[in-house]
Design a binder for this molecule. Structure first.
Ligand code: KG4
Ligand code: ZN
Length: 362
């Protein structure tokens, strides 16, 4: 039996969780506590790094205590502490990693520094018992990436965004149209009553041989359309949201279908490979339906873990710790580990863009 305490503080969720792996190889989430800071940031229309770091300091002790209490596992019986050490907002990373180091030192436990993206990448093995290799589409407020997941610690980033993350594009569109933060769910809600054919927004990167994503041109097109017809009626806003969402779904369809083709070529032995989605944007029904249809056509299994485990949480961090322990590659993470605001999953993929308000994107 392996028992790991996970800690996540890389953005605007303070989270702690205890996950176990029994002798038969079955994982179990014993506790999974996530405190969202949405209310603290809502007035500013996005995550404010200093507010996030302070909120983590205030909440983290209590969240860890609650996660241990909920799990019924004594700290003395925990095998290791796994904490997100990057990429993300450095203030939050410092709070989480320093707390983890302190607990590890006091309780004489090993510390495992986890790459947040590895947490997302391995979640489908915790929830669905997926075997390697598989393809991951991560679409959140901070990241938009396609990653070939080949093994524990063995990832290849095939695509990333060259400007905004997709969730960020939803959030900025919402802000422009006067919809509340966080924008994604509100854009989706309003889009349901809109006409998706009214505005012919660009499909960024569609048809490009380069596999990457781009959303800033689409954002500009939305702003220009909104300015041209201002003041906006409720119906105008709904039509813009629906047209924006259709453009995004279409662009994703094109980008992801390229990656599915590449996966087929690189892993010809996989009869029914899987595409896994993660990140808050995976909640969007139009996007989900688009990806599902694409997978169906391409002969891929479509795997969408429960939303609570798709969005930021500490169970995925604890699980990544378990995977590393099991694979015997937890040892390189010592108490000397320094938080990394930038930390690409694979060493060959260079960072593409600067830091947003949710931290570095690659
Ligand atoms: O993974 P997540 O919870 O957190 C981080 O990015 O750290 O993702 C949040 C992002 C936000 O940008 C939010 O607007 C977007 O996911 N989002 C959505 C939907 N629900 C959340 N975007 C589109 N449609 C949704 N239904
Ligand atoms: Zn995340």
């Amino acid at each position: 039996m392996i028992r790991v305490l996970g800690i996540e503080t890389s953005c605007d969720e303070t989270a702690a969780s205890v996950v176990t792996l029994d002798g038969g190889g079955a994982p179990k989430i014993l506790s999974d506590i996530v405190l969202s800071q949405i209310e603290e940031h809502a007035a500013f229309g996005g995550v404010v790094p200093e507010i996030a770091a302070r909120a983590h300091v205030e909440a983290l002790d209590g969240i860890i205590e609650a996660a241990l209490a909920d799990s019924g596992v004594d700290l003395a019986d925990i095998d290791a502490i796994a904490a997100t050490a990057g990429p993300g907002l450095v203030g939050g990373l410092i709070v989480g990693l320093m707390t983890a180091k302190a607990i590890a030192a006091a309780a004489n436990k090993p510390l495992i520094a986890i790459n947040h993206l590895e947490g997302h990448a391995l979640t489908a093995r915790l929830t669905d018992g997926l075997d390697f290799p598989y393809l991951l589409l991560l679409v959140s407020g901070g990241h938009t990436q396609i990653v070939a997941v080949r093994g524990v610690g063995d990832y290849q980033r095939w695509a990333t965004t060259i400007d905004d993350a997709l969730g960020e594009a939803f959030d900025k569109t919402a802000k422009m149209l006067g919809l509340p933060y966080p924008g994604g769910p509100n854009v989706e809600k309003v889009a349901a009553t809109g006409d998706a054919t009214r505005f012919a927004f660009p499909r960024p990167m569609k048809g490009s041989a380069q596999p990457d994503f781009s959303f800033s041109g689409l954002k500009t097109a939305v702003r220009q359309a909104a300015t041209a017809i201002a003041p906006l009626s409720d119906q105008d806003v709904a039509d813009i949201c629906a047209s924006f969402q259709a453009a995004v779904a279409d662009a994703l369809d094109d980008r992801v279908s390229r990656a599915l083709n590449r996966f087929r070529q690189e892993f010809p032995g996989e009869a029914k490979p899987a595409l896994v989605v993660a990140g808050g944007v995976a909640a969007n029904r139009t996007i989900k339906a688009t990806l599902e249809a694409l997978c169906e056509k391409a002969g891929f299994a479509f795997v969408a873990p429960p939303l609570k485990l798709c969005t930021d949480n500490a169970a995925m961090i604890a699980w990544a710790g378990i995977e590393r322990l099991r694979a015997g590659i937890a040892g390189e993470n010592t108490a000397d580990f320094v938080p990394r605001s930038r930390w690409p999953l694979d060493s060959i993929s260079a960072p593409m863009v600067g830091s947003g308000r949710r931290g570095a994107k690659a």
